[in-house]
Design a protein around this ligand. Structure first.
Ligand SMILES: [Zn+2]
Length: 293
């Protein structure tokens, strides 16, 4: 069992804003990130609705939706939260109010880059209470032969994440493996700017259904038979890195730090979210000596 050094909780020192339009709805939205007290967690606040309902970003409020993560509480929803959650979790911001004036988070460039930059500029503020950790003590496995997730004990006190992307042979979307120890530096430098992607066939199907009609191949990576259309990749393995970003955003709904090694193969938000729920509801078996560094 690794020696556990518990860290203090963090919030942001200053408020910050990010604005854009939702991919699915096309609606403009402004996000305002505000500092919050210890043990607040991440809460979305719908400032456009009467009573300004709050939605806690935890796995029990997750609703299964295709291709995105939606949260529901107090008769209110927020949609496409995964990239915002990835940025907060990746930057170790534990307590934050995220005010929003529409339900769907901004699509931006398809990555978490703008939110990460805004949070970096708002600066991390250390608080006077330890952050709780869930330690993976026994292997957890979800899924089947093709799509699976495993969580295993780590031999250090960190969270290691790995995503294996593989659509099979002769696909224009490149297969790849992205992995790192999740630290704010690794997240900001290697994961946050990886953009979401779609095949031109799927993009066409969405348009025919009248969805995401304003989104163009400049707003995310659209893969044709020959590769990205009107776009160049930021990294050769940008797609695998983006799936790693999504995994981080889904694990964030666990609401705790995680100590362990998590490998995801071909999974989407639904399976990732189920693992977050499993980790969240697993009672810690050992007492952690709080030795705040
Ligand atoms: Zn994504």
């Amino acid at each position: 069992m690794p020696m556990q050094t518990v860290r203090f909780q963090n919030t942001i020192r200053h408020s910050c804003h990010v604005h854009g339009r939702g991919y699915w709805s096309g609606q403009p939205i402004q996000l305002t990130f505000l500092p919050a007290e210890t043990d607040t967690g991440i809460r979305f606040v719908r400032t456009d609705l009467p009573g300004r309902p709050q939605i806690r970003a935890v796995s029990e409020n997750r609703i299964e939706m295709p291709l995105r993560t939606r949260l529901h509480q107090n008769n209110a929803e927020v949609d496409m939260v995964e990239h915002v959650m990835a940025a907060l979790y990746g930057m170790r911001i534990d307590n934050c109010l995220v005010e929003c004036d529409a339900s769907e988070m901004p699509g931006l460039d398809g990555s978490a880059h703008a939110v990460t930059l805004a949070l970096q500029n708002a600066q991390v503020e250390r608080q006077h209470k330890a952050r709780e950790t869930r330690i993976i003590e026994e292997p957890i496995r979800l899924g089947d032969q093709r799509q699976w997730l495993v969580a295993m004990p780590a031999d250090d006190h960190r969270l290691h994440v790995e995503y294996r992307l593989d659509f099979g042979p002769n696909q224009s979307i490149p297969s790849g493996i992205a992995a790192c120890a999740l630290t704010p530096r690794n997240f900001a430098e290697h994961i946050s700017a990886a953009r979401t992607f779609i095949s031109s066939k799927d993009a066409q199907m969405l348009k025919e259904k009248g969805l995401a009609s304003h989104v163009t191949d400049r707003d995310l990576i659209v893969f044709g038979e020959e590769g990205p259309i009107n776009n160049t990749l930021r990294y050769p393995d940008e797609c695998a890195r983006h799936k790693l970003l999504d995994l981080v955003g889904d694990l964030a709904l666990c609401g705790y730090d995680i100590c362990g090694r998590i490998i995801a193969c071909r999974t989407g938000h639904a399976a990732n979210g189920r693992l977050a729920e499993k980790i969240r509801t697993t009672k810690p078996k050992i007492n952690i000596a709080v030795k705040a560094a």
